[in-house]
Ligand binder design. Sequence first.
Ligand SMILES: Cc1cc2nc3c(=O)[nH]c(=O)nc-3n(C[C@H](O)[C@H](O)[C@H](O)COP(=O)(O)O)c2cc1C
Ligand code: SF4
Ligand code: SF4
Ligand code: SF4
Ligand code: FES
Length: 565
Amino acid sequence: MENLKKTKLNVRVSDTGCVGMCYSEVLLDVHDKHGQVYTYGNMTPDRMPRFIDEHLGKGQPVADWLVRASDRALPDDSFYAKQKRIVLRNCGQMDPEKIEDYMAHGGYQALEKALKKMAQDEVIKEVLDSGLRGRGGAGFPTGRKWQFARGSKGDKKYIVCNGDEGDPGAFMDRSVLEGDPHNVMEGMLIAGYAIGADEGYFYVRAEYPLAVERIKMAIEQAKKKGFLGKNIMGTKFNFEMKIKEGAGAFVCGEETALMASIEGQRGMPRLRPPFPAVSGLWGKPTNINNVETFANVPWIILNGAAAFASLGTEKSKGSKVFALAGKIARGGLVEVPMGITINEIIHEVGGGIKDGRTFKAVQMGGPSGGCIPAALGNTIVDYDSVGQTGAIMGSGGMVVMDDTTCMVDIARFFLDFTQKESCGKCTFCRVGTKRMLEILQRITKGQGREGDIELLLELAEKIKISSLCGLGQTAPNPVLTTIKYFRQEYEAHIKDKQCPAHSCKELLKYEIVPEKCVGCTACARVCPVTSISGQVKKPHVIDQETCIKCGNCVTKCKFDAIKVR
Ligand SMILES: Cc1cc2nc3c(=O)[nH]c(=O)nc-3n(C[C@H](O)[C@H](O)[C@H](O)COP(=O)(O)O)c2cc1C
Ligand code: SF4
Ligand code: SF4
Ligand code: SF4
Ligand code: FES
């Protein structure tokens, strides 16, 4: 900005939401007066003077730094080629802090259409016909849920937007809330009209301060424009919107715990029925949907159910947003049509595996999901096909793993997460996950015993059937899928005390190959615990007792003389 001010060029600078290319952040878009759009990647401060001089000053884009441009083909174009942006259509294209920008992109026209041209049942029918299913994980048909809430008797009804998003590796909802808050709010308003509610809550975790700030702004702006409050757009429809910041407990994403949290109680799940559609917030009928679910609604109302249903597979319509993370070359936020394969997402959209390594597995569905091995890479991305692998579609986290990832350790990581997040109400979830975690910890430390795999399987079954809420019912899934597809890795840890991926530190053994070692002493000088001994120009040796397996020596040896087993 400082550089720009000095030039006195006539440029409007604004923040936008996420365009998805996290892998080349910091990103900068130029929209020029001829209608061309240029995206620059990895923009560091030292690049600014040349960029300002050549592109803004002389109108010549700096070709070396472009990652996307409307007037030329670039290698990164394959990142977008297979995407279909419905939910993310405005993200990165407008200023999320300006309601005028949203309106210039067609914002609030769907609400107007619903309020003025459609009866409540027609709105519900449109959503039902579109085939939209809940994007929060379970995939329940959204229109059916709205029908239940509409059918419930009550003088007061609520709409709740679930923005709790706690899965490790997931940041879809956060990006949508930050990049296009009005779109989500418009979806909530339409849902409110459809079911007969007059109050809505955004439940957003407090760790998302920018999302919270932008929602607050969006609420204020919508009030001023008459899209919130009494007699919205001159109709009889009234609606108020509030925000509740969650403290960041994973279990508060479960809908009954979420409602307890809004009511100011401790966020613990309760038995269902009664379902929220019958008795929700303060005992009133309540409809809860995920951020992405609501974000689809304005598009569906404006473009029609058929347009949405034309995308995807028989039972999974539309598109799905995924957060690509882990060992992927182009990690970021993508939105793909349902029906695409996992391989297409990883190898074409995501550009393959980082550093040219091999694709081993992808973790889908977070702690409730599981690992899909590379051999099943042709699995179609829809609720049923993904479910058949033992993983779930989930809310959209995709953690990609390469050959250096230990699958036992991954199972341990996810179980560690669910174990810590268990609310403690059910014994099997509270104690059972702890016992499973202890076994996994032992195995990764080389202290696994014969029978551990069977014990894990037995505990997993018990926890699944004896838990009250989805957290416990699905917590064993990462363990079950890794045993199903990578059982030999468990066995190698337990029987041979080896980690095939060379990842579990305590099972590694660093050894110097005497024939290769020239005695340069480089390794000994970087060993933090002086475990390496030997004379100059003579082969060195590593003391296995004291080695802390830091790996320093391997990186230092220029003669490839240190082997890791
Ligand atoms: C432990 C647990 C955590 C959950 N976390 C979330 C979450 O972060 N966001 C979300 O939308 N749904 C989450 N869900 C699912 C919700 O309870 C609920 O099914 C969903 O918000 C319904 O919206 P949808 O039909 O639009 O998907 C979670 C469920 C469980 C059991
Ligand atoms: S399954 Fe776990 S998280 Fe869910 S209510 Fe029981 S103890 Fe709490
Ligand atoms: S792995 Fe680390 S501690 Fe072990 S010998 Fe090499 S440098 Fe020393
Ligand atoms: S750095 Fe390599 S070659 Fe040099 S002493 Fe160590 S093991 Fe031998
Ligand atoms: S580009 Fe990184 S979060 Fe969007």
